[in-house]
Design a protein around this ligand. Structure first.
Ligand SMILES: [Zn+2]
Length: 259
């Protein structure tokens, strides 16, 4: 009765003592759950090869009624996403997403839309159907939608002119208000983020549906560059956190040609 059986995605793992592993999972039925996998380091049979980051598992865990760690009883591998772990740049992207999601999720609260988004983004990253940067733009844009942080890209926040009717090609984005501000209204504001109208259109398309829709997009090189800079500044700012894994991702991007 206190056993829960659910699909789950591995968010974090940390060795605990000589034998055990603490595993944080994004479960489909209960959101974030932190479990202890006893003897996972020693008895290779029980959790053999399953407790890898970003893997989709079917798990059974026992709830702890006194508020302590849940105990992971069983885990079987559903989708290993091995291509992600075999690529340092893909791993860096997935690590950032996992940190973002881990930061946002509350323990024990199901987030079916986010679960689906994370799962589908990992799936797309595992294939080579889209550049990793593109998948990351989609994940972060839809994460912002799902969590209520969505930026205003419809038009200038101050004069309400719609984006299509603005005369400038590059529109300033004010990160503090989370909104576009047109050239006529932005006196006194400074921002390092400018988005071209083409990028704004592509970001709006990505925000307007689910992953099945968004993955049909072909980002222009300009939208990939501007869009990535934009989402990677916007989300950490509004979540009020700097992400270690994002700093690592940026470093990796600067030193590899992949992704
Ligand atoms: Zn304006």
């Amino acid at each position: 009765m206190s056993l829960v059986n659910t699909p789950a995605i591995m968010l974090r793992r940390k060795d605990y003592g000589d034998y055990d592993v603490i595993v944080t999972l994004f479960t489909k039925v209960a959101g974030k759950v932190t479990t202890i996998a006893k003897a996972a380091k020693k008895s290779s049979k029980r959790f053999a090869g399953t407790l890898e980051l970003f893997s989709v598992l079917q798990i059974v865990y026992r709830k702890n009624r006194r508020g302590g760690l849940a105990v992971l009883q069983e885990a079987s591998l559903q989708q290993p996403f091995a291509n992600i772990r075999n690529s340092i740049i893909k791993t860096a992207y997935a690590s950032y997403w996992a940190e973002l999601i881990n930061e946002w999720l509350e323990s024990g609260q199901a987030q079916p839309r986010l679960y689906r988004l994370f799962h589908d983004a990992l799936w797309l990253l595992d294939t080579d159907d889209m550049p990793a940067a593109g998948v990351s733009i989609i994940l972060q844009t839809q994460f912002a939608q799902a969590t209520g942080f969505e930026p205003n890209l419809v038009g200038c926040q101050r004069c309400r002119t719609k984006t299509d009717f603005l005369t400038e090609n590059q529109v300033m984005f004010d990160i503090v208000s989370g909104s576009l501000v047109c050239d006529r209204c932005n006196a006194g504001l400074s921002s390092e983020i400018y988005l071209s109208k083409g990028t704004i259109k592509q970001l709006q398309w990505v925000a307007s549906g689910d992953m099945a829709k968004a993955q049909r997009i072909r980002f222009t090189p300009q939208a990939l560059k501007e869009g990535l800079t934009f989402v990677e500044r916007f989300l950490p700012y509004h979540l009020g956190k700097s992400f270690k894994s994002l700093a690592f991702l940026r470093k990796m991007r600067n030193t590899t040609v992949e992704g």
